[in-house]
Design a protein around this ligand. Structure first.
Ligand SMILES: Nc1ncnc2c1ncn2[C@@H]1O[C@H](COP(=O)(O)OP(=O)(O)O)[C@@H](O)[C@H]1O
Ligand SMILES: [Mg+2]
Length: 455
């Protein structure tokens, strides 16, 4: 729905009178010419004349109902443009008379279109329950690159948008400073009042929390991993981004009636510390799509050889991005035939995936890298004890435990509980794409050395 103030401003700019505007608004609501005439107490002829005046002023040619559709398209597109501008420069763009439409409070700055969305019924239900019923203050959506965190965050926010006065979806991909992010959020939430933004970070966070207490908002911060530090400990922040940690801690600890939904490949320390399964801060580790949903992705690429689809889906662990990429390769190189593709080395780590993994790998400590190299070479699941024995010469047990915890927080390990009833051991492994990537990383000299040792 288009905000009234925006319509009024645009109409004035185009020389459309208020009488003409009234007709347009009713026509766009779906009213027929006789109905509009009745509502406005004018003749049908007058309605038609006013409408054709508006089309002329917006330079819309043609005839019949197409013109109305065209007008609607123009208005919606200008409105979207206006929203994206207003977000970066709100004080200058927003009308300040306080008569904003509720939808002006729903800001989807750069959120992807999720009209082709499959599966995730359970995750959506869980997240909705946490946010709407249990009123969690922070919900973290964690998982490896391409697993569908961003998509799910948008789908969920769209699904529950009517429950909130404000929805603000913001990506951190461009690594905006915390000060800018806070300034934007506060400006949006304080409209139509004009406020002086405090300089100090703590005061800005306090002011934001004040609004989050007064108003019921869903803030979505996407790609939080971008502002986490690349240092060896998975939970530190960039020095200049320490503020994000402060924001997370205070949003998790202090009383307010809003929710922060965040997505990240890595788990921030604050989340690790505050999270509990029944508390106000919760985390959901996102796994791949279920087979039925993953199949829809392959279907959408018109692949054939259906009896082999499950192999493909299992190999890529239902990761929708990985499946989309590999499906495109199969489409282009193997005439859509999965069978043909599987005759070759079917673990394709595409450039896009390699970039994500490169980025993640660079952030690992030496101990974490050692563990990754070791796991990449194992065909079986590995216990902590196995790891300890295998690495006793290179890392201490406490380093091993810390590194395993850290790797777990980076969405890089696959963990399963041992089936042996006598032990409740956790067993570790790498998923095929990661294993393949790491094995290709191991320098030849290192591999030769180890082969020699084994010989
Ligand atoms: N539930 C889904 N249904 C259909 N496609 C999906 C779904 N989730 C993700 N995708 C596809 O996978 C790609 C990666 O998803 P995205 O949410 O960006 O992953 P992440 O944020 O975890 O890196 C998306 O661009 C989209 O094409
Ligand atoms: Mg994402």
């Amino acid at each position: 729905m288009i905000n009234q103030d925006f319509l009024q401003t645009l109409a004035t700019a185009k020389g459309v009178s208020n009488l003409e505007l009234d007709v347009v608004v009713l026509a766009m609501d779906g009213d027929s010419t006789p109905a509009i005439a009745k509502k406005l107490n004018v003749s049908e002829d007058t309605v038609r004349k006013r409408l054709s005046e508006v089309y002329r002023k917006f330079q819309i040619p043609g005839s019949g109902p197409v013109k109305l559709t065209k007008l609607q398209q123009i208005l919606v597109s200008q409105y979207q443009q206006y929203l994206s501008q207003s977000y970066s420069d709100l004080p200058n763009h927003l009308p300040s008379d306080g008569q904003q439409d509720i939808n002006l409070h729903h800001i989807w700055n750069g959120a992807p279109d999720v009209s082709a969305f499959y599966g995730r019924t359970e995750e959506l239900a869980t997240l909705e329950k946490w946010i709407v019923r249990d009123r969690c203050r922070i919900v973290a959506l964690l998982g490896m690159g391409g697993i569908g965190k961003t998509y799910l965050s948008v789908k969920l926010a769209r699904q529950i948008q009517e429950r909130f006065e404000y929805i603000i979806w913001q990506s951190l991909h461009q690594a905006p400073t915390i000060q800018d992010v806070l300034a934007n959020l506060i400006t949006i939430l304080s409209q139509p009042q004009k406020i002086d933004l405090p300089e100090a970070l703590d005061q800005r966070v306090s002011l934001l929390i004040k609004y989050l207490r007064e108003k019921h908002c869903l803030l979505v911060l996407d790609a939080v991993e971008i502002v986490l530090d690349s240092s060896t400990v998975f939970w530190r922040y960039h020095n200049e981004s320490e503020g994000y940690g402060i924001l997370l801690r205070r949003l998790g600890e202090e009383q307010h009636q809003s929710c922060l939904l965040m997505t990240s490949i890595e788990k921030p320390r604050e989340i690790a510390l505050l999270e509990s399964s029944t508390g106000c801060v919760r985390a959901l580790e996102l796994k791949g799509l279920k087979p039925e949903a993953a199949q829809k992705i392959l279907q959408s690429k018109s692949l054939t050889g259906e009896q082999q689809w499950s192999t493909l889906i299992q190999t890529y662990r239902g990761n929708p991005l990985a499946l989309k990429i590999v499906a495109t390769t199969i489409q282009e190189v193997f005439s859509c035939n999965v069978d043909e593709f599987l005759k070759y080395e079917f673990l394709v780590v595409s450039d896009m995936f390699r970039e994500i993994l490169d980025w993640q790998f660079k952030r690992l400590s030496n101990a974490e890298k050692e563990i990754m190299y070791y796991l990449a070479k194992q065909n079986n699941l590995v216990s902590v004890q196995n790891l300890q024995q295998a690495m006793q010469n290179s890392i201490t047990t406490s380093e091993l435990i810390v590194a395993l915890e850290s790797l777990g927080g980076r969405s890089l390990l696959e963990k399963v509980q041992s089936e042996d009833k006598n032990t409740s051991e956790t067993l570790f492994s790498l998923q095929p794409v990661v294993r393949n990537y790491v094995n290709k990383l191991i320098p030849v000299s290192k591999r030769l050395n180890e082969d020699k040792k084994r010989a």
